[in-house]
Design a protein around this ligand. Structure first.
Ligand SMILES: *Cc1c(COP(=O)(O)O)cnc(C)c1O
Length: 407
């Protein structure tokens, strides 16, 4: 059986995981209860620094905050990246509370409400337009407020990201404007008194294959340059999405940034030749935060059934749907899971980690090898800094919410 890649992103002392310089059991005491999510500030900073060191300096790095909207995390990233991409009025409010200037916040999403659009126009953020009807509603909000909305056109690309965990382009999509409808929409922007700023092209997510990502980036730039001929003004910004994946499962290899850096440099050169004032943005969610976070729950009971070990914990799918395998995965695979206060342990065994919910779906680890654990031990789910708490059905079975800390 293939094992998970070794989780080496955090310090380990005396077989105990450490986050933010604090031993896990001490951190649990500090938080005061289990389960909890903990994110490490230092890891996030290192991650952004490594990206900056590898990617061309001219590429602007945005944080797609739906990956992790905890206000402290978003503030931490606001000080490290060049912009924040939001996808709801709630996320917009969190982003506006940070030190990020509103000019560098952009707002995407197919179902923006009139209230959300009015807030976005008033705040002066860039609105990524996803349909003609949405453009008309932005124009109405702008007229009412006496403020010209800043808009970019989100294009539903005529290609999709190959080998992506989640595709968001190519064919019929609720996201963005179909390529052939874009010229007519562009023509309306100045008629409505709105400010055209550029394009947003997002083709997929969770990709560990640099060649496919670089190929999609090239196709995005090509498409944008083609559409820019129809634009009512200069293309000031081009957001070509992200899709950088992280390794979750056995056999997953971390993304190789070098070919991506080379590819992005080629795209910058191409833009420089025909549209030198265009700012090239990439937007990353999970790549910036997933590995910086863990989910921690406590073993309530160790149970044997037909010779198999079940560690029954106080946490589960209601807090961490993705780790249970029910967040869009086709085949359930184990996230990296370990006993955090006895990482390598003397005695090891095969165990399943389950939660308190009355459903067989409430499974955090299915027959994984780990240190032998008992009631009171702390189970850690790694790679949990993105699509954790806010991507989970917390109301299911009415258990308390987990705590969340940034250390
Ligand atoms: C979800 C989303 C992202 C972030 O995706 P990750 O896989 O977390 O990097 C970026 N851009 C858009 C438009 C999205 O919908």
């Amino acid at each position: 059986m293939i094992a998970h890649a070794r989780q080496a992103q955090f310090a380990v002392d005396a077989d105990m995981l450490e986050l933010g310089g604090m031993a896990l059991t001490r951190l649990a005491q500090r938080v005061g209860r289990t389960p909890f999510y903990a994110y490490e500030r230092q890891h996030i900073a290192r991650r952004v620094a490594a990206l900056r060191a590898t990617l061309p300096a001219a590429v602007h790095l945005h944080y797609a905050m739906k990956a992790n909207p905890m206000p402290a995390v978003v503030q931490c990233l606001a000080g490290l990246v060049d912009g924040i991409d939001v996808a709801s009025g709630g996320e917009l409010a969190i982003a506006l509370d940070t030190t990020m200037p509103p000019q560098r916040i952009s707002f995407a999403g197919p179902g923006k409400g009139d209230g959300e659009l009015a807030c976005a126009v008033a705040a002066g953020v860039l609105i990524n337009i996803e349909s003609m009807a949405q453009l008309e509603r932005v124009a109405l909000a702008s007229e009412r407020l006496g403020l010209a909305g800043r808009v970019a056109v989100r294009v539903n690309p005529d290609f999709s990201l190959r080998r992506a965990g989640m595709r968001m382009g190519g064919g019929a999509q609720p996201f963005g404007v179909d390529v052939e409808l874009v010229p007519a929409l562009l023509a309306r922007i100045p008629e409505m008194g709105l400010v055209f700023e550029g394009f947003h092209i997002y083709s997929g997510s969770q990709n560990l294959w640099a060649t496919a990502l670089a190929e999609a980036q090239g196709q995005s730039v090509e498409l944008a340059l083609r559409l820019a001929d129809h634009a009512p003004g200069p293309m000031r910004v081009l957001n070509i999405g992200g899709g950088f994946g992280v390794p979750y499962f056995p056999g997953d290899q971390a993304l190789d940034l070098t070919p991506l850096a080379d590819g992005l440099q080629r795209q910058l050169d191409r833009l420089q030749a025909v549209s030198p004032d265009t700012r090239l943005n990439i937007e990353l969610g999970r790549y910036l935060v997933a590995e910086a976070g863990i989910y921690v729950c406590k073993v309530i009971e160790r149970k044997l059934s037909h010779g198999q070990v079940f560690l029954i914990t106080d946490g589960g799918l209601h807090h961490h749907l993705a780790a249970s395998g029910n967040f869009g995965q086709l085949i359930r695979k184990n996230y990296p899971v370990a006993i955090g206060n006895r990482l390598y342990g003397g005695e090891r065994e095969r165990a399943s980690v389950v939660g308190p919910l009355c459903t067989p779906l409430d499974l955090l680890a299915d027959q994984m090898e780990m240190a032998r654990a008992d009631a009171g031990d702390l189970v850690v789910v790694f790679q949990s800094g993105a699509y954790g708490l806010t991507a989970s059905p917390t109301a299911f079975l009415s258990h308390p919410l987990p705590a969340e800390v940034l250390v």
